[in-house]
Design a protein around this ligand. Sequence first.
Ligand code: ADP
Ligand code: MG
Length: 575
Amino acid sequence: MRSSRDLAEILKRIDGRGYKAYKDIQGAYDFGWFTLYIDHVQGDPFASPSRLRARVPQSKAQIPEAWRKNSSRLVALEDYLTRQFARVAGAVARGVKGTGKSGLIAIDKPGQQVLPRTSMVVTPEYVESRFVVGLPASGRRVLGHQAETILCHQVPEIVRKSLLAKNLDSQAVQEHVEVVEDADYIREHLAEQGLVAFVANGSILPRASGISDKPMNAKEAVPFQSPKTLEVTFITPNHGEITGMGIKVGITLIVGGGYHGKSTLLRALEKGVYNHIPGDGREFVITNPNAVKIRAEDGRGVEKVKISPFIVNLPRGVDTDRFSTSEASGSTSQAANIIEALEGGAEVLLIDEDTSATNFMIRDVRMQQLVSKDKEPITPFIDKVRQIYTELGVSTVIVLGGSGDYFDVADTVVMMDEYCPRDVTAAAKQVAEAYRTERIPEGGAGFGTISRRCPLPESIDPTKGRGKIKIAARGVESIQFGREEINLRYLEQLVDPSQSRAIGDIIFYAKRYLDGSRSIREGIELVMQDIEREGLDVISPYKGQHPGDYALPRRHEVIAALNRLRTLKVQVKPE
Ligand code: ADP
Ligand code: MG
């Protein structure tokens, strides 16, 4: 292997030459205490920056076994080291200026969630960070001496300050891994206690602003405090007893006046499928990992989804057992979102009135009298929510301040009162007795079966012009997939642009399994198993080039993205 001195020599030699001369530095370099891999050299100063890895053997890194002794801790440790690398890089990568991305040293930086990612790999043998560097240029000329500063001085300094245990704040690392381990512990033990979610007392649910996922300022935020009747306690490995509000299986209604914190609670539950960093406020807001947010999404495309449990007899004899449209309405999109979530194995549905179609949620007695059942294609959710629980075992948490009709179908009613939850179940039942709605139930005998939709592989085409593959994420909101744009804006549980990036490549990877005979869920589950077994790197189409910028998505968001690919064609197979 070449040495760091060899690297410096090459850089001196190519100084002042055309940018392509940088290709000479591709390869591995022994720095004595770590190895630098230059995997991919950018083509010009404006192209995506070059991809590098720094691998430090454990004999030098000395990461304590205790920080990585199980998968929860390992994910947290890798997340911590990524953040540390980003912090140090931000401080060290200065001084080198030039054209385009010259001088940049960056790692894929996480947000408030702790997700498995490819930016950092810790094994019993080594610690490896994957990062990018903008190789410096003046115009199109190599700035060799500056490159030497970056690669032979700045990078080693960042690696030293972020990957060697002795340079880390061991208390902060400890806290990071302990919080994540306890969060996973609670999530794994929710079902035992008959819960779909848990919100610890003292949690800070509101965020700093509509565009920031950071916690609201502690002076303004009212910490969460469970009503006594709903309180449960977990005995966690690191934090001992943690007490808070348990949300039970079944149907939970969150009511309360406008602006009293209902949506804020639901949003926290949506994100509770992920773990959060210490200080986030939602460290111990924990939700069943298969909870899926459901909303109306008019305009989306739908391919042969059996929305007939909710919608039949559409005008012009439209088939709602295999409902297809390029532009769904509010109610048909919400129905499709529910059926697709159930196909994907959702165990909890999270619904907010703010983002629902009213005619999908309720139909009161007066409307029943005026518009008879045979003139209304929609069976409202209120008549289906209990069937979904009793027949499919899927619970629902609904925010609804606008209709008391749901008191009849709810198991638990929580009222948000100036950001404080109160258990008003008994009172709601009394009201339901005293003021009968006289609604006629419209739900029929049962919910019916969920059909198997099997994608045709040729309908998943990532190519764009002359067979060239084009898959690119645009932030967290969309993926370019070949000639198509997959709109992810309404997948509210997608939190990281690196998840979107992974989803694009997962869909492409999944083609090997989606052969026309497997359902979407079966195909995507096989991919998720490959990832589980071989790591998230496996989905990268660029072999030999480290994928340092993936974060793990849930299978639910992958399935939802595939369902939003407008070219998707499926064959519906018998259940
Ligand atoms: P609702 O859905 O009941 O109308 P929201 O959840 O949208 O209410 O909350 C209304 C406002 O109150 C938001 O600006 C939110 O940030 C703020 N808020 C929510 N929960 C809290 C809390 N615990 N402490 C302080 N402010 C809060
Ligand atoms: Mg609201």
